[in-house]
Design a protein around this ligand. Structure first.
Ligand SMILES: [Zn+2]
Length: 251
C-alpha cells in the first residue's frame, strides 16, 4: 500500500512542532505562511490558505488534511481573525472536498466551549457551543462548517478541541485543560485511522481535575491519554492558564 500522505497546515506553529515527532512513518506535506523548519515535512509549501488557489494546490494528492493553521490569540480582533481562521478554513475544507481527500482533521479549541469553564464543571462535548472570545467563536464556526461538510459530502471531518498543548502545564489554570505533546501525537494518529465519519472531541490529557469530558474520544477514536497534569500540581503557580476571563453563568 502506498504511504499515507498527510497535509499539515500551520506547520511552523507550536502545535505542529509538538506533533511532528509523533508522525513517524507518515509522509508529511507541510504548509505555512512563514518559513518552515527544516524538519517540517517531506514536502513543503509556503503560502496563504486564505488565497483559494493556494489551498487548492496544496491539497492535491493527499489522503488526510490536519488543519492547524490559525491565529490562536484569544483577544485578537475580527480583522485579524477573519482571513486565517474563517476564510482559510473554508478554503481548505472546500478544496479538500473537491480534491477527494478522505478526511479533514480540524484543530478547534477549548475556547469554543470556554463559556462553560468554571470550578467543578466538566464540560461535555455535545453541549451547545459557548465560546469565551472571538477566537473561540471562529473555532465554533469551523466546527459547524466541518460538520456541515461531513453531512453533505462524502468527506469525513473530525474536530479536535485542543487544550493547552505544552510540554508541561504552566500554572494552576492550565492544568484542567492540559494536553501533553505525547497525548496530542496519539490523538492525531488515532484520527488518521479512526472508523468515524464525523465527531467533535476534546483534546486534553487524562487530567485528574479535568474541565473537559473525553469519554467519546476514548470510545470512538480509541484515544488513551497517558499523562495527567496532577503530576505537576504541587509546583504550579496560580494563573488562568490562558483561558478567557468571563463572568461565570448561573445556568
Ligand atoms: Zn476564549
Amino acid at each position: 500500500m502506498a504511504q499515507r500522505k498527510v497535509l499539515v497546515t500551520g506547520a511552523s506553529g507550536r502545535v505542529a512542532e509538538m506533533l511532528r515527532a509523533g508522525l513517524d512513518g507518515v509522509h508529511i506535506r507541510a504548509v505555512d505562511r512563514g518559513d518552515l523548519p527544516a524538519d517540517a515535512g517531506h514536502e513543503t509549501a509556503v503560502g496563504d490558505l486564505a488565497n483559494r488557489p493556494f489551498a487548492e494546490e496544496v491539497v492535491d494528492g493527499v489522503d488526510v488534511v490536519v488543519h492547524l493553521a490559525a491565529n490562536p490569540a484569544p483577544y485578537a480582533s475580527w480583522d485579524d481573525l477573519r482571513a486565517p481562521n474563517v476564510e482559510a478554513l473554508v478554503n481548505i475544507v472546500d478544496a479538500a472536498n473537491r480534491a477527494g481527500v478522505r478526511r479533514v482533521v480540524l484543530a478547534s479549541s477549548v475556547h469554543a466551549m470556554g463559556g462553560y469553564v468554571r470550578p467543578g464543571v466538566v464540560v461535555e462535548p455535545d453541549w451547545p457551543v459557548r465560546p469565551c472570545c472571538r477566537y473561540g467563536a471562529t473555532k465554533a464556526f469551523s466546527e459547524a462548517y466541518g460538520r456541515m461538510t461531513a453531512l453533505t459530502t462524502d468527506m469525513s471531518v473530525i474536530c479536535l478541541r485542543l487544550g493547552a498543548c505544552l510540554p508541561r502545564p504552566v500554572d494552576s489554570g492550565s492544568a484542567p485543560g492540559w494536553l501533553a505533546p505525547e497525548d496530542l501525537q496519539q490523538l492525531v494518529r488515532r484520527c488518521l485511522e479512526a472508523d468515524v465519519r464525523t465527531g467533535t472531541y476534546f483534546g486534553v490529557s487524562a487530567n485528574t481535575r479535568t474541565a473537559f469530558d473525553i469519554a467519546n474520544a476514548r470510545a470512538e477514536l480509541g484515544y488513551e491519554p497517558r499523562h495527567d497534569s496532577e503530576a505537576y500540581a504541587a509546583d504550579l503557580p496560580e494563573g488562568d492558564g490562558g483561558l478567557c476571563r468571563i463572568t461565570p453563568l448561573e445556568t
